[in-house]
Design a protein. Structure first.
Ligand SMILES: *Cc1c(COP(=O)(O)O)cnc(C)c1O
Length: 397
């Protein structure tokens, strides 16, 4: 059978390639950081990682991981409920709920798993999930695994959310689900307004803080901090793979009864391995650092404002952002690809996004700022945008 299947797969691959959608992976030979070395030996400044706080190669996290490797070993060889729970896993869960001001937390191998395992154990056929149209793929997949009725509202559109809530009144329980920060525009979910609608139409709220935790809010506690709603939403999911060190791991945190039920019934938790002890130990260290100082969040916010301000002053078209994501709008897919290559020639690594990742005619370069970027590195990126922008007739300074 494989002969004919192989032909089929090869045809699919060729179609992806000819549509210009084939994803090539660039090989990095240095640790992740503000400056990276790629396989051909070239050093480039990295503006496309989720390394928002610059923790991916932080000496304190490396030291905590190395120490745990000695004291707790390399791997757990077990799921949590058989023999995969160490003191560090419990401590990390408690650090997570302390950070978000929630009642309890449960760890997963990734936030993809947290979202995959959150809906099905909690809601059934008689219930409703009301989901933002731009929510992350893992939320979409998680909702698919659950029998609840599905409602969808246009991105951050509160009139549409209200209509969907009205339509969902016949259901037993209602859960509104939203990303905290939407990764393509960098906009923040209007949680204050969502909360009012949830009160009015008797619904619960779940926020995925993957791109917002560590980033949004004065002390990086995410959108619940930004809207002064810490502890107010029922469910928060998030990742340890972005601002929080960038290794691996996800979590769900919120009301303690919900977390307790997830420990009993959530399939990616019950049937998948525990995170490595060194990752848990580095996570604990990371949350303690955040309790001690707000230096990294302050630096990130300062870097983001500086960058956005200078880009606007040069005449670039920037999506309004409330996160560390800065979408430089170019609209045309070909131009976005050309700008990304030209930027790389200048030693700046940024990525162009175009259809189907963003709507047709909405192509852009997504710049991600980090606390690890120095002022000189930001200036180098800005200078490259200026040079490329003038050369491509995008700006005229
Ligand atoms: C990145 C991301 C995830 C997936 O996180 P992993 O821990 O890498 O699986 C889930 N949700 C959102 C909103 C994300 O941005």
């Amino acid at each position: 059978m494989y002969d004919t299947f192989k032909t089929h797969v090869s045809r699919e691959l060729a179609a992806i390639e000819s549509a210009g959608l084939y994803k090539n992976e660039r090989i990095i030979v240095s640790p992740q950081g503000a400056s990276i070395r790629v396989a051909d030996g070239k050093e480039v400044l990295n503006f496309c990682a989720n390394n928002y706080l610059g923790l991916s190669n932080h000496p304190k996290l490396r030291a905590a991981a190395a120490e745990a490797l000695e004291t707790h070993g390399y791997g757990m060889s077990s799921v949590r409920f058989i023999c995969g729970t160490q003191d560090v896993h419990k401590q990390l869960e408690s650090e997570i709920s302390h950070f978000f001001g929630t009642e309890d937390a449960i760890l997963y191998a990734a936030c993809f798993d947290a979202n995959g395992g959150v809906f099905e154990p909690l809601l059934g056929e008689e219930d409703a999930i009301i989901s933002d149209a731009l929510n992350h793929a893992s939320i979409i997949d998680g909702v698919r695994l659950c029998k609840a009725q599905r409602y969808r509202y246009a991105n951050a559109d509160m009139e549409d959310l209200e209509r969907q809530l009205q339509a969902a009144q016949a259901q037993r329980y209602r859960l509104i689900v939203t990303d905290g920060v939407f990764s393509m525009d960098g906009n923040v979910a209007p949680l204050d307004k969502i909360y009012l609608l949830a009160q009015q139409y008797d619904a619960m709220i779940m926020v995925d803080e993957s791109h917002s935790a560590g980033v949004v809010g004065a002390t990086g506690r995410g959108v619940t901090e930004l809207y002064n709603m810490k502890g107010e939403v029922e469910i928060i999911t998030g990742t340890l793979g972005k601002a929080f060190g960038g290794a691996i791991g996800g979590f769900t945190t919120g009301k303690k009864e919900i977390i307790e039920l997830l420990r009993q019934r959530s399939r990616p938790y019950l049937f998948s391995n525990s995170i490595p002890p060194m990752v848990a130990a580095a996570g604990i260290q990371m949350f303690r650092m955040m309790d001690e100082t707000n230096e990294l969040q302050d630096k990130l916010h300062e870097n983001t404002s500086y960058f956005v301000e200078k880009m606007l002053a040069m005449g670039f078209d920037i999506k309004p952002t409330a996160s560390a994501i800065c979408a430089v709008m170019l609209y045309d897919a070909r131009v976005a690809q050309e700008v990304a290559s030209a930027m790389l020639e200048e030693g700046i690594y940024v990525i162009g996004f175009y259809y189907p990742v963003v709507p047709k005619g909405q192509a852009r370069i997504r710049v991600q700022l980090s606390a690890a970027h120095t002022r000189d590195q930001l200036d180098a990126c800005l200078a490259a945008f200026k040079k490329v922008g003038i050369a491509k007739n995008i700006i005229n300074v």
